[in-house]
Design a protein around this ligand. Structure first.
Ligand SMILES: Nc1nc2c(ncn2[C@@H]2O[C@H](COP(=O)(O)O[C@H]3[C@@H](O)[C@H](n4cnc5c(=O)[nH]c(N)nc54)O[C@@H]3COP(=O)(O)O)[C@@H](O)[C@H]2O)c(=O)[nH]1
Length: 774
């Protein structure tokens, strides 16, 4: 009979300590895993939140911009008709045509009509006057009661003429005594917004709803026709609107379709409209749920290992110890390997599609609502199948490993290259400066594969075709971007392979041209191929030169003269505009100084400044340093800035403009009327002068719409007490029309084309001789 084992007290203590340690290790592991799960969950929720925030901001600014554009048109018509007695109103044939040309500027609106004080339509952009009246509509009554003529946005209405859901945007028109003379109204279709939301390919997880200040539904994705115009019965939404705040977020069960979602709500600019972006709760944590399952598996495996270890150890302390050590490290290695395999391709060891998607999600989250510089490339090897078919899969696999290594070498640490399967790879590029740089990377990857590969004694050559899609214009998520990059890749193959192709044809052509142009522009600056011409700006009545506009020309050694309209946009995209702009500013100040030194009449030097130049942190210092260099007082320099330059980074640009104005530099809005044209911004910016765009001058005096717009712009400049110049004046009739409407300053071929400095000098001398100083 076996004698029962008797352990010493020390031995018992040692055993108890080891069991306690094992239990402690197990519990610690569970705590660590739980913490990591907790953080992963938080991260995933944050990613979803960031994506939702970006989306709500983008859609809010789209709605805001739409309303601002429509309002500019309403303001223009309001200004035209206000103060006109009923008997002096323009004939319907004239006014309907003006409305039609205004309506063409706002494709979002289905109609543009003017009603009289009784609510009867008196003008219609369609040319047809409908008998329906609007005197009972609430927006009509609100306009009648509001003497200030503010913008009024209606509740959702079922249109009486077009029989669809619309929202009307209107402004009151006053008669010559300030009384109510009617209103001008545009009607935006609910489908306009719904089609836009649908075009974003948001997928099933998202809902987008546009509501008015009384939570009535104006538009929705996915569409809910039967709910349009009805209020959404959500106490949370109601409380938020009552609070007067601009944005909020909450989770609730939708009153529209009973689905639980996290919602983000944002007010649309200054308007009584709200955008609500919902994200289905059940879709938010799908990746995390997978991680949870794997963690539970890990805990069960570790528990089993520890239990086995204790049992074995109880039998034989020493051998159990060694075994446990081996099992634990084997477990760790296995766990690590499992984790690695879950995210990597076993053949090439590159990240797999799942890891690429994870990195893309992180990259999108990192952008935190800003515009992201993200690009996806889809790479497919040309004729790789032939190698597999002739030399076998083993050779094909070895070749793929070497190809993967070369591609990896052609990228930076910020980029992620993944194997999608077969001979297909995908690359996520982050933080590129411009599309030219993307094109250079694609070409570098193609070139990396040029030297032959050596596999099992075979010298093999392989080339690649690359398709490129760009976020967000080619897709809002990785699935769409990959699909579109794949389509572009086929385009590259169709062009013979060993090539790259951007998803849109337009972008492809643009980038290829840009790559060549960029190279040439750098060399043009270096080899002094640019010259400045000067176009006179004159007093239209006397013909006296009051200023000149400096206009750059590029004398290309092979292609001859290249217009700035062709190369300035490319120079802006590549950033070389800053170097070119410095040269122009320097040359223009030098020339002005020279004319002053020659004792010629004083004039203003107008220089075009691009938005890219304005964003340089040291722009103001540069301008002031150049003026100092030539001892030129600041008021001789006038910087021409296009309206479009003010759209992005507005706050920063306004600060820069204010600083320049404070220093005495003159500022003028170029191409006025073609872009943003919001009176609200113009009122608050430090501009001295408005330059009426030549596209309107071209049509005067014959075209009634151009004449009407020109008159409106002259009125705007007058009411804002700003100087005015008309550009593109080519005929005596245009000049006469402008003089008759009190626009005195003019520029155009009628007075002189852009010319070399010597010719301006000659004209200035002639004017001195014709009118000598007494
Ligand atoms: N950032 C910079 N932009 C510049 C610079 N130099 C020019 N430009 C911009 O390039 C665009 C094209 O300029 P250009 O071909 O020189 O054309 C100018 C005039 O020649 C033309 N013009 C003037 N009068 C008439 C006319 O009567 N008829 C007619 N058909 N064309 C005419 O208009 C252009 C001037 O435009 P604007 O600047 O809006 O006053 C143009 O956008 C330039 O701004 C530069 O150094 N930097």
């Amino acid at each position: 009979m076996n004698k029962p084992l008797r352990y010493s007290r020390t031995e018992w203590r040692r055993r108890a300590a080891i069991i306690a340690f094992a239990v402690f290790a197990f519990v610690s592991y569970i705590v660590l895993i739980s913490l990591s799960l907790y953080h992963a969950r938080e991260r995933e929720l944050e990613t979803v939140l960031t994506q939702q925030t970006s989306l709500v901001k983008v859609l809010e600014s789209q709605a805001d911009a739409t309303l601002k554009k429509i309002d500019t048109v309403l303001l223009s018509v309001q200004q035209k008709l206000t103060g006109t007695p009923a008997n002096l109103r323009p004939a319907p044939s004239v006014m309907n045509q003006i409305l039609a040309s205004h309506l063409a500027l706002i494709g979002e609106s289905q109609s543009l009509r003017v009603a009289d004080a009784q609510g009867r339509f008196i003008y219609d952009a369609s040319g047809v006057l409908h008998s329906a009246t609007i005197s009972d509509r609430k927006y009509f009554l609100r306009n009648r009661a509001d003497p200030n003529g503010e913008l009024i946005i209606s509740e959702p209405l079922f249109a009486r003429i077009t029989h669809n859901w619309v929202v009307t945007v209107s402004r009151r028109i006053n008669d010559d005594k300030g009384g109510f003379a009617g209103l001008i109204q545009a009607a935006v279709r609910a489908e306009f917004f719904e089609n836009f939301y649908e075009s974003l390919n948001l997928g099933k997880s998202y809902s987008v709803t546009l509501v008015d200040g009384k939570s009535r539904m104006l538009a929705r994705f996915p569409a809910k026709e039967d709910q349009l115009g009805k209020p959404i019965k959500s106490p949370l939404l109601r409380d938020f609107m009552a609070s007067g705040a601009n944005d909020t977020q909450y989770t609730t069960i939708s009153a529209v379709d009973n689905v639980e979602r996290s919602y983000m709500v944002r007010k649309v600019g200054p308007y009584p409209l709200y955008l609500i972006i919902g994200h289905t709760k059940s879709d938010q944590l799908s990746a995390w749920h997978q991680q949870l399952v794997w963690s539970i598996v890990g805990i069960v495996v570790l528990g089993g290992v520890l239990l086995g270890w204790i049992i074995v150890w109880l039998r034989s302390y020493d051998s159990a110890l060694a075994l446990a050590g081996r099992m634990t490290s084997a477990y760790e290695v296995t766990l690590q390997r499992m984790r690695h395999l879950a995210g990597h391709d076993p053949l090439t060891d590159l990240p797999n599609r799942a890891l690429l998607e994870e990195r893309m999600a992180t990259a999108l989250a990192d952008t935190k609502g800003r515009r992201a510089d993200l690009v996806l490339m889809f790479i497919d090897l040309d004729h790789f199948k032939d190698i597999n078919d002739t030399l076998g899969h083993a050779v094909g696999d070895k070749l793929l490993v070497q190809v993967a290594e070369r591609l990896r070498q052609g990228l930076t640490d910020q980029d992620t290259i993944s194997r999608q399967g077969g001979d297909e790879f995908a690359v996520l590029l982050r933080g590129y400066a411009n599309l030219t740089q993307v094109a250079e990377t694609a070409q570098r990857l193609i070139d990396e594969l040029d030297p032959p590969f050596e596999v099992n004694g075979h010298e093999l050559r392989v080339t690649a075709s690359i398709g490129i899609s760009v976020y967000p214009q080619d897709g809002p998520d990785i699935v769409t971007l990959l699909k579109n990059a794949d389509t572009a890749m086929y385009q590259a193959k169709a062009e013979g392979g060993r090539a790259f192709h951007f998803f849109t044809e337009e972008m492809n052509a643009r980038v290829l041209n840009r790559v060549t142009l960029d190279k040439n522009l750098h060399s043009a600056l270096e080899h002094q191929e640019f010259v400045l011409l000067y176009q006179p700006q004159v007093d239209g009545a006397s013909g006296q030169i009051t200023g000149v506009e400096a206009l750059i020309r590029w004398h290309h050694p092979q292609q001859g003269e290249i217009s700035p309209a062709q190369f300035i946009p490319a120079a802006e995209e590549s950033g070389i505009i800053n170097g070119i702009g410095d040269w122009v500013l320097n040359q223009a100040c030098f020339q002005t100084r020279r004319w002053l030194d020659l004792g010629l009449p004083e004039l203003t030097m107008a220089v075009n400044i691009s938005a890219v130049q304005l964003r340089q942190p040291d722009f103001v210092d540069k301008v002031m340093a150049t003026l100092r260099q030539y001892g030129l007082p600041a008021e001789y320099l006038e910087l021409e800035i296009t309206e479009s330059a003010l759209i992005r980074d507005t706050q920063r640009i306004v600060r820069i403009l204010n600083e320049l104005r404070k220093q005495g530099v003159r500022l003028s809005v170029d191409d006025f009327g073609t872009g943003y044209s919001s009176l609200a911004y113009l009122k608050n910016l430090p501009f001295d002068k408005i330059k009426i765009d030549q596209s309107f001058i071209r049509g005067i005096p014959e075209r009634e719409d151009d004449a009407a717009i020109t008159e409106v712009i002259i009125g705007i400049a007058k009411s804002l007490k700003m100087e005015l110049i008309a550009e593109g004046v080519e005929t005596k009739e245009q000049s006469a029309f402008l003089l008759q409407h009190h626009c005195q300053q003019m520029q155009g071929f009628f007075f002189g084309k852009p010319m070399p400095a010597a010719e301006i000098e000659q004209r200035l001398r002639q004017s001195v001789e014709a009118c000598p100083v007494q």
